[in-house]
Design a protein around this ligand. Structure first.
Ligand SMILES: Nc1ncnc2c1ncn2[C@@H]1O[C@H](COP(=O)(O)OP(=O)(O)OP(=O)(O)O)[C@@H](O)[C@H]1O
Ligand SMILES: [Mg+2]
Length: 361
């Protein structure tokens, strides 16, 4: 997918911004606090319906305003058919999304129209942080290649919520608890199966990226499904009854899944330098984009916040070259124009941003 143009109204310090985007490289430079990350926020809002920085919309809508609007023209590769996408969010929590004038009912539908990959300073918690980020990483991939996954995930969340509510209830109806466990079990199995299949497919796309980068060894992923391998989840849920009642939560299941990332057989988080960890996160996201492309024929739009602060010159060059190889459109930010010296100006568009105002060059 390619974002041909974007119109932004009242996103952080971007009061009214319209940009014609380059099909390949969009380079945004400007002083601290000028509005670079805010542009990436606006694109992310258009693709995901939410902010990547804040849950509280009051922090994302321009101060003193009630709502923000982002719209854009998105083109598909090959057919080049252009769609008009739009999203509105208000500080009160309203959400409206449209594609070609038709209302969309969920942020997931926006994501299908504009698949986005973001890498910013927080993305590195993919290796070092808790399992939630890693589950989100896997689920991004499964969602984008398996059509029924978001529905399956919604059904699972609903059943899990019901079981957890029951566990926290003063007097437990054991029959009802068994019923919710039985409802939850096959959903767990289906999610685990789809995630497992996704990870084994993704693995094939990691090696070519890693080979194109210098300084990383052989990367492998090890998936844990959230309950002991070889056990049936219904048996586990039934056996967990007393423990789950005591803790008031479901202790096993797809909500506890995780992946371990190994480099040359050693846990990445324990063995890599800070810079190598960052490069590995880029590699994982690029592999995910390559897999998505091979499965759907579509490309992702990459948002790379403050790339020069995250990687050295050689690694930056490798990351951008791989994005070119995948023919992904990208938006990359940095403070200094000279950090992007060496990028072919004929194949990119430079934007300078000052106090929320963008100019070309
Ligand atoms: N809700 C808001 N309304 C108006 N301005 C805001 C809001 N939230 C943040 N800002 C301001 O928007 C400006 C741009 O922030 P942004 O994060 O986009 O800067 P940046 O160019 O990425 O800077 P840096 O180089 O430091 O990362 C900042 O001055 C910030 O204080
Ligand atoms: Mg920033």
């Amino acid at each position: 997918m390619f974002l041909n143009s974007i119109d932004i109204s009242k996103v952080r310090n971007l009061v009214s911004v319209s940009i014609d985007c380059h099909r390949k490289a969009n380079i945004i430079y400007g002083a601290n606090g000028s509005g670079k990350t805010s542009l990436l926020e606006a694109i992310f809002l258009l693709g995901r319906g939410r902010s990547f920085k804040h849950r509280d919309l009051r922090l994302v809508v321009n101060r003193g305003q009630d709502s923000l609007v982002v719209s854009g023209k998105v083109a598909r590769p090959i057919s080049d058919a252009e769609h008009q996408l739009g999203v509105m969010r208000s500080v009160k929590g309203d959400f409206e999304a449209r594609c070609d004038g038709q209302n969309l009912s969920s942020a997931g539908q926006l994501a299908s129209e504009l698949p986005i990959q973001l890498v910013d300073a927080h993305s590195f918690s993919l290796l070092e942080g808790g399992p939630l980020q890693r589950r989100q990483f896997i689920d991004w991939g499964v969602f984008h290649v398996e059509h029924g996954y978001s529905d399956l995930w919604r059904r699972f969340q609903k059943a899990l919520k019901q079981r957890n509510q029951l566990l926290r209830h003063g007097r437990i109806d054991e029959e009802l608890l068994k019923l919710w466990s039985q409802e939850l079990a096959p959903l767990n199995e289906m999610i685990a199966e789809q995630r497992k299949e996704y990870i084994s497919q993704l693995q094939k796309f990691i090696s070519p990226v890693v080979d194109a980068f210098s300084g990383l060894g052989a990367v492998s992923l090890e998936y844990s499904q959230g309950w002991p391998e070889g056990s049936s989840i219904i048996d586990v849920l039934l056996a967990d009854k007393e423990r789950d009642i005591a803790t008031g939560t479901t202790s096993h299941g797809a909500q506890r899944a995780d992946i371990k990332v190994f480099v040359d057989g050693v846990a990445a988080a324990d063995s890599l330098s800070r810079g190598q960890s960052k490069l590995l996160v880029y590699a994982l996201k690029l592999a995910q984009a390559a897999h998505y492309q091979s499965a759907t024929g579509l490309s992702c739009v990459f948002l790379l916040d403050d790339l020069p602060a995250e990687l050295d010159y050689e690694n930056r060059k490798d990351v951008l070259a791989y994005l070119d190889h995948l023919q992904c459109q990208y938006f990359v930010t940095g403070v200094d124009k000279k950090d992007f010296d060496g990028i072919d100006e004929k194949l990119s568009q430079l934007f300078h941003v000052e106090h929320g105002v963008f100019s070309k060059g």
